[in-house]
Design a protein around this ligand. Structure first.
Ligand code: HEM
Length: 460
């Protein structure tokens, strides 16, 4: 061991300057910090002592080999816990291990492949409402589709009014959680008006609905073919099942974690495709030759390879979970340095994914870098949009399947064009990484695009 504290930026005012810069513009600040190239960086921000994991080996140590020395960030647990209790995202230790085992079977490939048709059908239903050339808010459209998909696959809810209400409730909850991660945490819960009447009603309604879904499944004892049925049927080593409260917390967790991330990744994929017509051309070629005019199915996925690289590359440049923290739970040495118990470790896909030593031409959109025979293989844990180790995203395969099917279904029928008056998108680091001010594009049916191209050619 060389020193007790890893290298890091110096502050004359206990890192309060860094805290201010982080809250003003976290992405620029973190790019500057990680540009130092030290594998582990000590960063104090006011009262918070932290370390940035700035090399793939360090990420691997934290997430995999020494994962048990870390826990979820107490602050995040407190905030999210208000909405999804002790669900997977918030729990730690033995309780988390048991719950993870119980939830895992719901995400087995055998089970999730059954959702492919739902994903395509819900996409189809929504794009049928698009008017040629009429700009859409891409993020909102993607979120509408992915939210309906998660409602259907989690609760098998088909009733339009019910779906609508569930959608509204979850939107409120996302917004409340976002406020709570920021200045909202300064306001104690007992303060009247902290949450609006509509927000309180949304929480109560969603709770009542989930409990009703649980009751219906318990009473019928049948598998409704949805994720909730799987949660309720799962048994641990002692043959015990989840209580209603645990099932409610896990269902709410999957609901909150399960759609915005996916929608954000898709939004960036559309943005990047709009900026790179040659990549769009390759995508369309693949989709057309793989599907020959049919809608995609689960069986088509192996043929949609370029589609998959586009999504992976979009998540490299704009990882929806741009940063996620860990808290040091017990004495541990990382990268040869002893870490302070209670300190934070920041895992930052956004900066690692843009490191030019790990990704040649790191700022360029190059989906083919994910090809298995790419000239420079991506080192393990240099690319980690879904985290890694025992706490890797449980919805990883679900999300990858969903994003490929959505992109292919839409690309088969529409071209999304950037609006000429809109400047380049700027990422905004909220809970997820979104294009600031939203992304607006004009969908034009492919048939019309081709006709226009033919007319242009005829004129030439
Ligand atoms: C593009 C889409 C998605 C991205 C980028 C993403 C990203 C992540 C990341 C980075 C983590 C690890 C966080 C950490 O270690 O602190 C995580 C965990 C998790 N994700 Fe996802 N996720 C996505 C989609 C989904 C979906 C579709 C679901 C469920 C339907 C889901 C459910 C979860 C859950 C429950 C956890 C906690 C797992 C645990 O701690 O055991 N995610 N996700």
């Amino acid at each position: 061991m060389t020193n007790h504290v890893p290298p890091g930026p110096k502050s004359a005012i206990l890192g309060f300057d860094f805290a201010a810069r982080f809250s003003r513009d976290p992405l620029t600040f973190l790019i500057e910090m990680t540009g130092r190239k030290d594998p582990l960086i000590y960063l104090r921000m006011g009262p918070v002592h932290g370390y940035i994991a700035n090399a793939p080996e360090i990420v691997h140590e934290v997430l995999v080999t020494k994962a048990k020395h870390f826990q979820k960030w107490a602050q995040q647990k407190r905030v999210f816990g208000k909405f999804d209790g002790d669900g997977l995202v918030n729990s730690d230790g033995e309780f988390w291990r048991r719950q993870r085992k119980l939830v895992q079977p719901a995400f087995h490939t055998k089970r999730i492949r059954e959702y492919a048709d739902v994903m395509v059908a819900f996409t189809q239903r929504q794009i049928a409402t698009w008017q040629p050339g009429q700009p859409i808010n891409v993020g909102e459209q993607m979120a509408y589709i992915t939210r309906n998909i998660v409602t259907k696959t989690l609760f098998n809810s088909d009733v339009a009014a019910e779906q609508q209400r569930i959608g509204e409730c979850i939107e409120h909850i996302q917004y409340m959680a976002f406020r709570e991660m920021g200045l909202g945490q300064m306001i104690p819960d007992w303060v009247p008006f902290k949450y609006s009447t509509a927000e309180k009603q949304a929480m109560a309604d969603l709770d009542a609905l989930i409990h009703r879904f649980i009751r219906e499944r318990r009473e019928s004892g049948e598998d409704h073919g949805d994720l909730l049925s799987m949660l309720l049927m799962a048994e641990d080593d002692k043959g015990e099942r989840m209580t209603d409260v645990q099932a409610r917390d896990e269902a709410m967790t999957l609901f909150i974690a399960g759609y915005e991330t996916t929608a954000t990744a898709l939004t960036w994929a559309w943005y990047l495709l709009g900026q790179h017509p040659e990549a769009m051309g390759l995508l369309l070629e693949e989709v057309d030759s793989a599907l020959r005019g049919r809608l995609p199915t689960f069986e088509d996925l192996p043929k949609l390879r370029y589609t998959e690289w586009v999504i992976k590359e979009a998540m490299r440049l704009y990882p929806p979970t741009w940063m996620f923290p860990r808290e040091v739970a017990e004495q541990v040495e990382i990268g040869g340095y002893p870490l302070k118990v209670g300190a934070m470790v920041y895992l930052i896909p956004y900066t690692m994914h843009r490191d030019s030593q790990l990704f040649p031409q790191a700022e360029a959109f190059m989906p083919e870098r994910f090809a298995p025979d790419a000239p420079k293989p991506i080192p393990d844990f240099a690319y980690f949009p879904f985290g890694g180790g025992p706490r890797v995203c449980i919805g990883n395969a679900f999300a990858m399947m969903e994003m490929r099917l959505l992109l292919a279904t839409i690309a088969q029928q529409f071209r999304l064009f950037p609006l000429p008056e809109r400047p380049a998108a700027v990422p905004e680091a909220l809970i997820t990484l979104r294009p600031k001010g939203g992304l607006h594009m004009a969908p034009v049916p492919r048939l019309l695009v081709q006709e226009e191209a033919h007319t242009e050619m005829a004129q030439v």
